[in-house]
Design a protein around this ligand. Sequence first.
Ligand code: NAP
Length: 246
Amino acid sequence: MQDKVVLITGGAKRVGAAICRKLHAHGARIIIHYRNSREEADNLQAELNQKRPGSVALVQADLLDTDLLPDLIDKVTRRFGQLDVLINNASSFFPTPLNECTTDAWDDLIGSNLKAPLFLSQAAAPYLTAQQGCVINIIDIHAERPLKQYVIYNTAKGGLLSLTKSLAVEFSPAVRVNGISPGPILWPEDGEWKDEAARQQIIASTLLKRTGEPDDIAKTALFLITDAPYITGQIISVDGGRSIHL
Ligand SMILES: NC(=O)c1ccc[n+]([C@@H]2O[C@H](COP(=O)([O-])OP(=O)(O)OC[C@H]3O[C@@H](n4cnc5c(N)ncnc54)[C@H](OP(=O)(O)O)[C@@H]3O)[C@@H](O)[C@H]2O)c1
């Protein structure tokens, strides 16, 4: 990991922040992308830069603005002169039962979960190729096992799963592209899934009878970057066994 440059979208908090901390602790230089979480991004940057001054930079963008994605990659590569790893972690997540699907919801969910990873990867391709780097897409076990009333989110993550495999083909042999599919790690912040019975039902459906930790995803990302030179086009479920038990 030493001095590799890693861009993590939606990296200011929660799972993204755990990935930042883990990769930074192993020597990476980190670009934390954020949209609204300015304060969390500033705090995480300060925390990590205190350990190694100048090792963490921030970049702000709404990933729905596809035209600006090449500019985002340009800013990243100008900051550290290279890009070794792109982690597509940013994601919107909200229910869209079939009769409530709107084009706005489609644009938001598909935009953040699928369209941005494609066009960020496209813009980053020359830099990742030069570094023989890798891409990691954070997917969801619901890409393959639909969550009821989340029609568009499931579709977006299903697309991201397929995109992961397509990009592995397109980028080969220079760049490896893999996905991580989390199960229940952190409950959403926005009030969804507040119901304790619903949470317990999800936990009961895992084989390990508990939620995972953000660090479980971070460890898997570290493995895919540093210790998996012959793995590409694969999706690793990190879900306490839930995906084989649903
Ligand atoms: N948490 C879980 O248990 C779980 C389970 C399955 C899959 N996953 C996947 O794991 C990843 C991380 O999960 P998480 O729960 O930590 O994610 P999260 O908190 O729901 O979202 C991560 C970040 O995505 C950013 N984001 C959303 N829409 C954006 C947009 N249009 N433009 C730019 N940034 C945008 C937000 O950045 P700002 O805050 O800066 O606006 C947000 O902080 C996601 O891909 C998620 O789908 C998580």
